[in-house]
Design a protein around this ligand. Structure first.
Ligand code: V47
Length: 379
C-alpha cells in the first residue's frame, strides 16, 4: 500500500484504518462500521496517530486542565445501579451526608471549577441542593459551578414538582454555569434493563441536556464502558450524542469513564489499557462536532491518561483533590493530583498544558518546561 492509498501514512497496516484516515482527511463523517473498526483494530499506534491528528486539528498541541474540587454532598441514593459502589442506604457503614459547612469547605479561591454530583437523597428537599450552590456563590461569586447530572435534575423535578425548565431557572439563578455528563451510562435499553432499570430513561437524559443547552448552559456527556456493553453499543452511544450536538452545539466535552470493578464486579477485570485507548480514539474520531475529549485520569489511572493524550484526548480534567465515586469502587489512582503532577503528565505526552476554567476559558498557558527542575518526590 503506498502513501496515497492509505491516507498519507505509510505504516497503517489495517486497511479499514487506512480508509478511516482517508475519510478523516477529507472531512467525512465516520459511521457505525468505522467506529467498530477503531475498537477492533490491532493496529493501535496507527489508530493513535489518526486520532491525535484529529485532536491536533481542534486543539493544536494544547491539553487542557483545570484546578478543581469535586463535591459529593451525600451518597445516600434511592437508586441501586448495579455498577455503583458510591450509593448507600440509610444505616450503611459508608453512608454520609455533608453539612452545609462541610460542603462549603470544598470551595475556595484556589480553584477554577467546583464539580458537584450527589446521590438522590431519600428525604432532602430540592432547596437543600440549591442552598449549597447559593452558599458557594455568596462566598466565591467568581467560582464557576459545574453541577448535577441529568439524573439529579430529573430527581429535582419530582421532589420539587416542577418542570425541567423551572428547575433550570432556579439553578441558574443560584449560579449554575455548566453540567457534568454523568448519568448517560450507555444509551442502550438492554444495558438499562440489566444495570439500572429504575433510573430515568435515556430519552429523558437527552431532553434535560437539550433544555440546558437551550437555556445557555453547556454540558458534557459521559460513556460508562468496560462492563457488559458490546462494541456496537459503545459506538451507537457516540452516534446518538453526536446527533444532539449537531442540533444544539451545547456539549463542551466527551468523557469516556472506564468502569471500576470495585465490589460490584460486573466483570472479572476492567478494560485493558489498549481497550481504553481505542475507546478514547474512537470517541475523538466519531465525535467530529465535539471540541474536547477528556482522558479522565481518576478512572483511567495516570499512566493510561497520559498516553491517551496521544490517542485523541485534549483534556485531562483536573486536580480534583478528593474523588469519591471511583474511589468507593476501589480505583487505584490517587485521590487528587497536584498541579505540578498534571503539568508533568501533559508534558511527558509531548503536549502544552493550558489551564482552563469550567467553561474552557483559557486562564494560563505554560510555555516554560520546568518539569525537570523538581525532584520526583516533589511531583
Ligand atoms: O454517571 C458510577 C459513573 C458517573 C462507577 O462531566 C462509575 O467532566 C466507573 O458525572 N466505575 C458520575 N464509573 C460522574 C460524572 C463525571 C465524572 C467525571 C467527569 C465528568 C465530566 C463527569 O460516574 C455516573 C456513572 O456513570 N460511575 N460508578 C464505577 N464503578
Amino acid at each position: 500500500m503506498n502513501r496515497r492509498e492509505n491516507g498519507g501514512d505509510p505504516v497503517i497496516r489495517d486497511p479499514k484504518l487506512a480508509a478511516i484516515a482517508r475519510k478523516v482527511d477529507a472531512g467525512e463523517r465516520l459511521d457505525l462500521e468505522d467506529g467498530l473498526a477503531c475498537l477492533e483494530t490491532r493496529d493501535l499506534f496507527a489508530l493513535g496517530r489518526i486520532a491525535d491528528a484529529a485532536a491536533r486539528r481542534k486543539s493544536g498541541d494544547r491539553v487542557y486542565y483545570v484546578l478543581n474540587r469535586q463535591l459529593n454532598p451525600t451518597n445516600l441514593c434511592v437508586l441501586r445501579c448495579k455498577f455503583c459502589d458510591f450509593a448507600a442506604r440509610p444505616g450503611d457503614d459508608h453512608a454520609y451526608e455533608l453539612s452545609l459547612d462541610e460542603a462549603l469547605a470544598h470551595g475556595g479561591e484556589d480553584i477554577d471549577e467546583i464539580h458537584i454530583v450527589s446521590g438522590l437523597h431519600p428525604s432532602w428537599p430540592f432547596e437543600r441542593y440549591v442552598e449549597i450552590m447559593r452558599a458557594l456563590k455568596d462566598r466565591w461569586p467568581d467560582l464557576p459551578i459545574k453541577a448535577w447530572t441529568a439524573v439529579e435534575i430529573d430527581w429535582f423535578t419530582r421532589i420539587a414538582k416542577k418542570s425541567v425548565d423551572e428547575i433550570f431557572d432556579i439553578l441558574i439563578a443560584a449560579g449554575l454555569a455548566t453540567m457534568p455528563g454523568g448519568g448517560a451510562e450507555v444509551f442502550s435499553d438492554r444495558i438499562r434493563r440489566e444495570l439500572y432499570p429504575t433510573k430515568m430513561g435515556h430519552d429523558r437524559w437527552f431532553e434535560i441536556h437539550r433544555t440546558a443547552h437551550a437555556k445557555g448552559i453547556p454540558s458534557n456527556c459521559t460513556l460508562l464502558y468496560g462492563h457488559i456493553e458490546t462494541f456496537e453499543e459503545r459506538i451507537r452511544h457516540l452516534i446518538r450524542v453526536r446527533e444532539l450536538q449537531d442540533e444544539t452545539g451545547g456539549f463542551l466535552s466527551f468523557v469516556p469513564l472506564e468502569y471500576q470493578v470495585g465490589t460490584t464486579r460486573l466483570v472479572e477485570r476492567g478494560a485493558s489499557a489498549s481497550d481504553s485507548l481505542r475507546t478514547v480514539a474512537a470517541s475523538r474520531l466519531m465525535l467530529d462536532n465535539f471540541d474536547h475529549v477528556k482522558a479522565y485520569w481518576v478512572m483511567l489511572g495516570e499512566e493510561t491518561a497520559s498516553v491517551a493524550l496521544n490517542f485523541g484526548a485534549d483534556d485531562i480534567d483536573g486536580t480534583i483533590v478528593e474523588e469519591k465515586i471511583a474511589h468507593f469502587a476501589r480505583a487505584e489512582s490517587p485521590v487528587g493530583l497536584t498541579q505540578r503532577r498534571i503539568l508533568k503528565l501533559i508534558r511527558e505526552a509531548g503536549k502544552k498544558p493550558v489551564r482552563r476554567d469550567a467553561l474552557y476559558h483559557v486562564l494560563e498557558t505554560h510555555d516554560e518546561d520546568d518539569t525537570h527542575a523538581h525532584s520526583v518526590s516533589q511531583l
